[in-house]
Structures are given as structure tokens and as C-alpha cells.
Design a protein around this ligand. Structure first.
Ligand code: GDP
Ligand code: IMO
Ligand code: MG
Length: 409
């Protein structure tokens, strides 16, 4: 593993934090490349539960360099609060964290706009979308501007021109102060990463959200505003495609989604409550209950394709332990037509009837299984079927939230 990208292969919350934490023990550098504090990556270390929103999940391993790349949008107050939380829990941040000078900054007006306009999408309200809008409209303010008084003044003034809602002076002072506190972390990330690669350092790219939330490849417009797929790891850090050795997709053994938007395999019966309860499916960022459903091979095969996945890590297999029958969606039916490939048309995704195949469950506790061989026969058959349908190999299986509850497949 020299340069490995880890991406979510569904609608986020696949357990990327846990997989990154495991892989991080063999990495030197862990880098976030997109999204912002809309992400919530859970890592369980012993009895302690960490939820990371901006700082890469590798920070919990001593001595790893953790980087926030240019593709990430940063709310400085959220960043400083997270650093403080980590310090209080005894995690060493200073000296281990670097932040791109070119990352865009979230301002109070982004959050206000997001809360006003994001309801239809069910956004996290963190200001993510409006901040990326400013980036694309070329009026964004970047980390480097926070340490340049003149530049911050000029750009913020232009953005707030004519606004009665926001007090320029107050925001300017507040963000200058953030700049002073964050300055020690700022660096030229492309130079740092490319030096590290030339010294054969092992780099792990930590995706946030998931493929179906990607601005280009997701269930548009019910997506986030960044490139959550593997391609985003390149533009979001300044590392070229020739440097990447491996792409791993994180896949839940079933499917969940938070917020609005189509979800063909969503449970319609009491299975929703059962799986939500067993899988503790509540948002790590907003606490919202996650929508749950059967495994959808159509969306996940799409993720295999658009990310060029070399392998997948299947998480939360244990959540299906008590299911007598388990379904996998292998196609969609819509207006007399069968779909085997992911359709771009939101009407098809919203109105389609999923085609299922049914498998026998294993009805056995898997949480203490420590090797693939020792999984129940039907669990192996289920995983084998997923691998065949997705045409990708399974590299890792996770059967609980703890570090020890995962093994190579
Ligand atoms: P992320 O956003 O992809 O990092 O995922 P989240 O942290 O938002 O959600 C995944 C949740 O599942 C967290 O609460 C994890 O602790 C938990 N988790 C991860 N892997 C497993 C697993 O294999 N089994 C169970 N039961 N929980 C898991
Ligand atoms: P992690 O990294 C799951 C969803 C929101 C909403 C949509 C757009 O923990 O997997 P946004 O605030 O990004 O503009 O909201 O995207 N969403 C996530 N869902 N996991 C996430 O991150 C998410 N980040 C955003 O619920 O539907
Ligand atoms: Mg999450």
C-alpha cells in the first residue's frame, strides 16, 4: 500500500472511519480530500468513541501525519472545536496535522443560506453547498486569505456588499482571529504529498460521504456538493493519477441513507425499525435517524465502476445476524423496462420497483468471528454473491465497531 484511496460506495456512513482507522496503522500520511464537517466518521478505540468531522481518522494513531486537502471546505470554528476535543482526550494534534492553504473557508452566510435552501435536499445545514458554490463562482475565500488581512478584508467586503444581515466588522475580526490560531497548520499540500510519495511514504486518502452522494455520479440533485468519488482524491489534494496504487470501496452489508432523495430498496415494513435499532443507524453528525433498506447491487456496481474499485471492505455484516431471509436488489423495473445499470433519471430511481433475489440468513452471532473461514456458511455465501454481482473482490469484512472486529477476506 503506497497510495490507497478509500471511498464510500453507497450513500455515506458505510463505516469509512473504522476501515481508515484499521488501514492507518500501516500508513504514514492520511488525507481528507473533499466535503467538510457534514461528514461524521466514527472510530472506536478501546472504550472511547471518537466522531471525526474534519480531521482525518488517522489522527488517533500516534505519529501519523494527517492532512486536510484543498478539496475540503473548512468551518474554522468547527475545526478548532474538533482539535480541542481531541486534545482533551489526550490526542496529539500539533505537529501531526497539516491543512491546505488552498482549502475554501465556510462563513456564517454559507450556513444561513444552507439552512434556508437545503431543506428539500435534507442537507446537514453546515454551509457545505453554498461554500462550494462560491468556490465555483470564483468568489470563495481560502485558508491562505485568513492569514492575509488585506486579502480577507477585500474579499469579505465584496461578498457582503449590500448585506444588512451580516456585520462585516464582526465577521472580519472573528475570521482574522481564526487565521492566527490556524496558521501553524497551513502548508503547501501538493508539495508535501509529492515529496512524501517520492520517499515511498504510504498515503491513505480518506473519502467522505459516498459515491451516490457525489455531485457528478450520485442521485443528483439529492447529493452533496463535492467529488466524493476516487477522482476527487486527486483534484482535492494535488496528487496525480499516476501515483495511485489502489482504490478500496467501503460497503455496508445492507443500505442506508440520511436526508432526502430516492432510495429504491428502502424498507417499507417493520424491518426499518429492526435494522435501525440493531445497526444503531442514527447520523453521526446530525443525529437524524438513517433510512435503511436491502443491499442494492445496482448502485454499488455503479460505485465499483466510477471509482475503479480494486476491492471492497464489507462492514456491519453482524447487523444481519438475526435475519431469517436476506434480499439483494439485482435490478430495477420501471414502466415495463428492466434496468441492470444505474439510471441517471431521478424519475426511474424514484418510481422503480426493485427486483430482488432472496437468500437464507445465517441466524448466528458473528461479532466474535475473527477470520473469513470461521464465518457461518450462509454468511460466506451472501458475501460471495455480493462479490459476484459487483464483480469485485472482497478484501475485508467487519463484524462490529471495534478495531478487533474485522479481518481480511
Ligand atoms: P462513516 O461516515 O462511513 O465513517 O460511518 P459512520 O461512522 O457515520 O457510521 C458507521 C457506524 O457503524 C459507526 O457507528 C461505527 O462505529 C459503526 N460500525 C462500523 N463498522 C461496523 C460493523 O462492522 N458492525 C457494526 N455493528 N457497527 C459498525
Ligand atoms: P459521511 O462522511 C451520510 C447527506 C445529507 C444530505 C446530502 C447533502 O459521514 O459518510 P450536505 O450537507 O452535504 O449538503 O447534505 O448529503 N450527507 C451525508 N450522508 N454521510 C455523510 O457523510 C454525509 N454528508 C452529507 O444528509 O442528504
Ligand atoms: Mg458518517
Amino acid at each position: 500500500m503506497s497510495c490507497t484511496i478509500v471511498v464510500g460506495a453507497q450513500w455515506g456512513d458505510e463505516g469509512k472511519g473504522k476501515i481508515i482507522d484499521i488501514l492507518a496503522s500501516d500508513a504514514d500520511v492520511i488525507v481528507r480530500y473533499q466535503g467538510g464537517n457534514n461528514a461524521g466518521h466514527t472510530v472506536v478505540v478501546g472504550e472511547e468513541v471518537f466522531i471525526l468531522h474534519l480531521v482525518p481518522s488517522g489522527i488517533l494513531h500516534k505519529g501519523k501525519t494527517c492532512i486536510i486537502g484543498n478539496g475540503v471546505v473548512i468551518d474554522p470554528a468547527a475545526l478548532l472545536a474538533e482539535i480541542e476535543m481531541l486534545r482533551k482526550k489526550g490526542v496529539e494534534v500539533d505537529g501531526n496535522l497539516l491543512i491546505s492553504e488552498a482549502a475554501h473557508v465556510i462563513f456564517p452566510y454559507h450556513k444561513v443560506i444552507d439552512k434556508r435552501r437545503g431543506a428539500e435536499i435534507g442537507t446537514t445545514g453546515r454551509g457545505i453547498g453554498p461554500c462550494y458554490v462560491d468556490k465555483m463562482a470564483r468568489c470563495g475565500i481560502r485558508m491562505v486569505d485568513l492569514v492575509n488581512e488585506d486579502s480577507l478584508k477585500r474579499k469579505l467586503k465584496a461578498n457582503l456588499e449590500g448585506s444588512r444581515e451580516f456585520d462585516f466588522e464582526k465577521i472580519y475580526r472573528e475570521y482574522l482571529d481564526y487565521g492566527k490560531r490556524i496558521k501553524i497548520y497551513l502548508t503547501n499540500v501538493p508539495v508535501f504529498l509529492n515529496n512524501a510519495i517520492s520517499k515511498n511514504k504510504r498515503i491513505l486518502f480518506e473519502g467522505a460521504q459516498g459515491t451516490l452522494l457525489d455531485i457528478d455520479h450520485g442521485t443528483y440533485p439529492y447529493v452533496t456538493s463535492s467529488s466524493a468519488t476516487a477522482g476527487g482524491a486527486l483534484s482535492g489534494t494535488g496528487v496525480g493519477p499516476t501515483r495511485i496504487d489502489k482504490v478500496i470501496g467501503v460497503v455496508k452489508a445492507y443500505t442506508t441513507r440520511v436526508g432526502e432523495g430516492p432510495f429504491p430498496t428502502q424498507f417499507k415494513d417493520d424491518l426499518m425499525e429492526k435494522i435501525r435499532h440493531k445497526g444503531k443507524e442514527f447520523g453521526a453528525t446530525t443525529g437524524r435517524p438513517r433510512r435503511c433498506g436491502w443491499f442494492d447491487a445496482i448502485i454499488t456496481r455503479h460505485a465499483v465502476i466510477v471509482n475503479g474499485l480494486d476491492e471492497i471492505a464489507v462492514t456491519k455484516l453482524d447487523v444481519l445476524d438475526e435475519m431469517e431471509k436476506i434480499k439483494i436488489c439485482t435490478g430495477y423495473k420501471y414502466k415495463g423496462k428492466q434496468y441492470k445499470d444505474f439510471p441517471a433519471d431521478i424519475d426511474v430511481l424514484t418510481g422503480c420497483e426493485p427486483v430482488y433475489e432472496e437468500h437464507n440468513g445465517w441466524m448466528r452471532d458473528t461479532t466474535s468471528v475473527t477470520s473469513y473461514e470461521n464465518l457461518p456458511k450462509n454468511a460466506k455465501a451472501y458475501l460471495g454473491r455480493l462479490s459476484k454481482l459487483l464483480d469485485v473482490k472482497i478484501g475485508m469484512v467487519s463484524v462490529g465497531s471495534k478495531r478487533c472486529q474485522a479481518f481480511r477476506a
